[in-house]
Design a protein around this ligand. Structure first.
Ligand SMILES: Cc1cc2nc3c(=O)[nH]c(=O)nc-3n(C[C@H](O)[C@H](O)[C@H](O)COP(=O)(O)OP(=O)(O)OC[C@H]3O[C@@H](n4cnc5c(N)ncnc54)[C@H](O)[C@@H]3O)c2cc1C
Length: 371
């Protein structure tokens, strides 16, 4: 074998998987189609360390978010990755929503998150004077981090443990080698030149294109189909408020996301979003439709009544690798494909939020599946 493990994709998930295998002395190759790490979904998100509030009990999202959060709060200070355990308020903008807060608290506790505290209007006012609400829930274990510093740190660890990166490279074909039980993989570089390597395990961490890569690997399944879903962010044209916590409204029903919320980055910069915009095709279009300003204004004004429409300007967008299924809840798909006749191949598909929070736990989980 040329390598023990081939990892396809150098976003936060591929890097976390690579870090696990190289730490355990496996010979690892990461193939990435772009010229550097972290140019995909991992570089266009809210950089929030999620507490694990909304995911159903026994789901992978719940288990890996809770474990991943714990691992990140250990990893970040040990490895000089910027983070801040800010805490987050989920606020009720109407009296009716106060009842929903109780329900959220109950569901979170069922799924293993017991640290959510009901807070009064006055308590929130004392900490976040600009926010208007009827009360809220406080999540002390929510926070923020620098996704880029995390990815850079993981890359350095992989390299220190002799992992290899192949940039501007995509996997074009694989074939089982019945004599060695390995896989012959054809990789094409940017000049179109093909290289063939033999590996014993393959992990698909290709984010937005993980369904396409599953086709190339010969292990596609209809449930793997991805439909891009855009998330837009707006910000203030000039800095206006200083927030110390993340502020989220009560989430919207069925696949419509967590509601337009306030996120802060490590420099204290405020942005609002992401909303959920369905896209007509799977095309990486990161433009923002200015007409969405009005819907942001309406959502934000509920808890920041002093804002005006013309203060909001487009910020950035990200695209979720969302499973195409219209189920009320879609879990992460992390499947080892022995049942399809491809032992040692793992697909990581539909790794949308909380994939950044869960990344280190996904690394452990994949390693345990095929070590
Ligand atoms: C708007 C938005 C907000 C979010 N906010 C949060 C948040 O606050 N907290 C949180 O925990 N999560 C959040 N997420 C989710 C999180 O960003 C993702 O779950 C995570 O970044 C996914 O990482 P990844 O490595 O799977 O994908 P990516 O970062 O996209 O990495 C995949 C890599 O594979 C490469 N690739 C693709 N095809 C091929 C190929 N054929 N060959 C070689 N390489 C290939 C790509 O170039 C890319 O580098 C958010 C997501 C979005 C869209």
């Amino acid at each position: 074998m040329d390598f023990d493990v081939l990892i396809i994709g150098a976003g936060v998930v591929g890097l976390a998987v690579a870090e696990q295998f190289t730490r355990h002395h496996y010979k690892v190759l990461i193939a990435e189609k772009e010229p550097k790490i972290g140019t995909g979904v991992s570089s266009r998100n809210s950089e929030v360390i999620h507490a694990g509030i909304y995911y159903p009990k026994d789901s992978l999202k719940s288990a890996l978010c809770l474990r991943g959060k714990h691992l990140l709060y250990e990893y970040c200070p040990q490895n000089k990755v910027g983070f801040n355990k800010t805490g987050k308020f989920i606020i009720a903008t109407s009296k009716d929503e106060l009842l929903l807060l109780e329900k959220i608290k109950h569901n979170a506790s069922e799924a293993g998150l017991n640290e959510l505290f009901l807070t009064t209007q006055q308590e929130i006012k004392n900490l976040e004077p600009d926010i208007l609400c009827h009360g809220g829930l406080f999540s002390p274990s929510s926070g923020i981090l620098s996704a880029h510093e995390l990815m850079e740190s993981l890359k350095q660890k992989v390299e220190a443990n002799n992992g290899d990166f192949l940039f501007l490279s995509t996997v074009k074909a694989i074939e089982k080698n019945s004599q060695s039980d390995g896989y012959l993989v054809e990789i094409i570089d940017s000049s179109g030149e093909a290289t063939e390597i033999e590996v014993s395990k393959i992990v698909n961490c290709a984010g937005l294109y993980s369904d396409e890569v599953a086709k190339v690997l010969g292990v596609f399944d209809d449930s793997y189909k991805i439909k891009f879903s855009k998330g837009n962010y707006f910000k203030f044209a000039k800095p206006k408020y200083l927030f110390r916590h993340l502020i989220y409204p009560v989430p919207l029903p069925k696949l419509h996301g967590l509601g337009v919320h306030v996120t802060i980055d490590l420099n204290g910069q405020v942005k609002f979003g992401p909303d959920v915009e369905s896209m007509s095709g799977n095309i990486e279009d990161y433009s923002i439709d200015e007409n969405r300003r009005e819907s942001f204004y309406i959502a934000i004004k509920k808890y920041l009544p002093e804002i005006s429409l013309d203060e909001l300007v487009p910020d950035m967008t990200g695209i979720r690798p969302r499973l195409a299924s219209e189920n009320e809840f879609n879990d992460f798909i992390i499947n080892e494909e022995s049942s399809k006749g491809f032992p040692g191949i793992v697909n990581c598909i539909g790794i949308e939020s909380p994939g950044l929070t869960a990344s280190l736990a996904i690394g452990e989980f994949v390693f345990d599946k095929i070590k």
